[in-house]
Design a protein. Structure first.
Length: 107
């Protein structure tokens, strides 16, 4: 999906070649994954040339995956995730200010 979000509508062959170069994936593996995504309604196949079109925006997937992570790992508590993330790295003044703005908007 990331290839399509970055490149737009592309032939399946382009996706397979890209994933072979970047991740060392076998082309058959890529085509199997594309077909699974089609069956799940995440990708639409168009012709000519078995072109792939992403039906789900990246932001939706990110939101769903984040919610699943929060539910699974942090017992549904977004503040526990937030604390864990902040504890891992020293933040710049700009990052701290951005977080303050985000928290302020959520209140």
């Amino acid at each position: 999906m990331d290839v399509q979000w970055k490149e737009g509508d592309v032939p399946a062959k382009f996706v397979a070649d890209w994933l072979t170069r970047k991740l060392g994936w076998n082309k058959n593996t890529t085509y199997t994954l594309i077909k699974r995504c089609i069956n799940k309604g995440a990708i639409k196949r168009t012709e000519p040339g078995f072109a792939c079109h992403a039906l789900i925006p990246k932001e939706k997937v990110q939101e769903d995956e984040t919610n699943e992570l929060i539910d699974k790992i942090y017992d549904g508590s977004a503040d526990k995730l937030f604390i864990a993330l902040l504890g891992r790295k020293k933040l710049s003044k700009e990052q701290i200010e951005k977080l303050r703005q985000i928290v302020g908007e959520g209140e």
